[in-house]
Design a protein around this ligand. Structure first.
Ligand SMILES: Cc1ncc(COP(=O)(O)O)c(C=O)c1O
Length: 375
């Protein structure tokens, strides 16, 4: 029985050709020409003026938080249900993260809970588009305007998605992306910062390159990092970007096929196909066991793994992370929807290389699981 991996990328466009060009010309570092081309084309694709390519999506968020001068005395609002990449630089900078619970239908942050958490110290809202549907951005942008807050938009999982027809990645003062291989387009490891502000773009470029003073190399007035993307990664990125529309329509048809195959699946919650502001692009296809189910996501994933089906757990909420509990953060805080999603949610094979017959097998195994464990 073949194992069906949770994700496999498609690399059968111009990837090899562009990579060979790097090798033939000797341009393999971040100084190579593909980096600039990838930045420009990617930024244009989301309607932004500037793109700054970096080594991964976490680095993009780190630079975004630092570029916005977030630090001691500041509060940043973000979802409890997300990846740790969103919160680490907020904490390292000395600022205070303020968490918001999830909407039980979209799994994104519940925007109706944000306003009550805004204080005179709030400096920014980090909106994170999760699993294929965007955050309700109109609400976030209205609050940002009302309280003069910055918006960081984490679109790591949302290439090719839009909110009311406008691309995800076009909403933040700074917006960020990841190109990890499970994303819609990949560079192996990689990330992108996009913005319309020349000042912020320049700041991110400097932070990416150790904050060398342009006029005096090896002299520094600020602490940065080495977050540079190589020409090899950008070569992959360009080849992938050429196919973004095709990839998104493929993900949409895969998601729609799963939706129809799971129509009669008892009890499980499946992703919302659409909201008033967006159609799902099914970055991953999530399943959530019912509250009263006698098993947790871990057990369901283990059961499916034995049938040759690769799965991944949902995010583990920030307030429950041992590292933050040790730091005395979020004690006594509770975010019931995030906790429920973490305990009962997981996703099934959803990568671009997945074939229809594999999806049929995944579906049959999930039905078997439901019959054996939930009835
Ligand atoms: C929402 C979100 N933000 C940030 C990241 C971090 O990206 P990377 O893995 O490229 O560091 C991810 C990665 O999966 C993510 O899903």
């Amino acid at each position: 029985m073949d194992f069906i991996p949770v994700n496999e990328p498609l690399l059968d466009g111009n990837e090899k050709r562009y990579l060979s060009k790097c090798i033939d010309t000797g341009w393999i570092s971040s100084e190579g020409p593909f980096v600039k081309e990838f930045e420009e084309r990617f930024a244009a694709q989301v309607g932004r003026k500037y793109g700054v390519a970096v080594c991964n999506g976490t680095a993009a968020l780190d630079a975004a938080v630092e570029a916005l001068d977030i630090g001691p005395g500041d509060e940043v609002i973000l979802p409890a249900f997300t990846i740790i990449s969103c919160i680490t630089q907020i904490i390292r900078s000395g600022a205070t993260p303020v968490l918001i619970d999830s909407d039980p239908e979209t799994w994104n942050m519940d925007v109706t809970q944000i306003e009550s958490k805004i204080t005179p110290k709030t400096k920014a809202i980090m909106a994170v588009h999760i699993y294929g549907l965007p955050v309700d951005m109109a609400h976030v942008l209205a609050l940002a305007a009302k309280y003069d807050l910055r918006v960081i938009e984490d679109a790591a999982e949302a290439h090719g998605q839009s909110y009311l027809g406008k691309p995800c990645g076009s909403f933040g003062d700074i917006s960020t992306f990841s190109f990890y291989p499970n994303k819609h387009i990949t560079t192996g490891e990689g990330g992108m910062i996009v913005t319309d502000s020349e000042v912020l773009a320049e700041s991110c470029r400097s932070l990416r390159n150790l904050c060398f003073l342009p006029q005096k190399r090896f002299v520094h007035e600020r602490l940065g990092w080495n977050l540079r993307m190589t020409n090899l990664q950008a070569a992959l990125g360009l080849a992938q970007l050429e196919r973004l529309e095709e990839f998104i329509s493929r993900k949409r048809s895969m998601g729609t096929l799963y939706q129809s195959l799971f129509t009669d699946l008892p009890k499980f919650q499946t992703p919302l196909a659409e909201t008033p502001y967006a159609e799902n692009i099914y970055w991953v296809y999530g399943l959530v066991l019912p509250k009263e189910a006698p098993l947790k996501a871990d057990e369901a994933m283990h059961w499916l793994a034995q049938k040759g089906i690769g799965c991944r757990p949902f995010f583990y909420p920030m307030h429950l992370q041992p590292v933050f509990q040790k730091m005395g953060l979020f004690s006594e805080e509770s975010y019931p929807v995030a906790e429920y999603l973490a305990e009962k949610g997981f996703y099934i094979p959803s990568g671009l290389a997945l074939r229809e017959e594999q999806m049929q097998r995944v579906t049959e195994s999930v039905f078997d699981l439901a019959r054996e464990k939930l009835t």
